[in-house]
Design a protein around this ligand. Structure first.
Ligand code: ZN
Length: 100
């Protein structure tokens, strides 16, 4: 017998997002609805390491786009449910074997 476990999270199960600076390893936890105005400073709010090259840094656009889309997923009604599948320990082992 094989037993397989799958874990799914809905967007409403996810209550926040964490940013961890590569420079100082400070963790900034943002709860939804997010107030991510600190990203507009383009710097780590703790050590001031530059995170983005300015307003036109495409990586900042990626983060903004993700946060806006994720906010919509949490509040808009759809005719279906969306869930994110979380990797199981077996998935993680399989992916680490693939990377070798
Ligand atoms: Zn930092």
């Amino acid at each position: 017998m094989t037993r397989e476990m799958q874990i799914f999270l809905s967007p409403k199960d996810i209550i926040g997002i964490r940013f961890e600076c590569h420079g100082c390893h400070e963790r900034i936890n943002v709860r939804f609805p997010s107030d991510s105005k600190f990203l507009e400073e383009f710097l780590c709010p703790h050590c001031h390491q530059q995170w983005f090259q300015g307003n036109f840094d495409t990586r900042l656009g990626t983060i903004r786009s993700f946060l806006n889309s994720f906010k919509d997923l949490r509040i808009k009604e759809f005719e279906f449910d969306i869930s994110f599948e979380i990797a199981s320990p077996d998935d993680l082992q399989a992916s680490s074997r693939e990377e070798v």
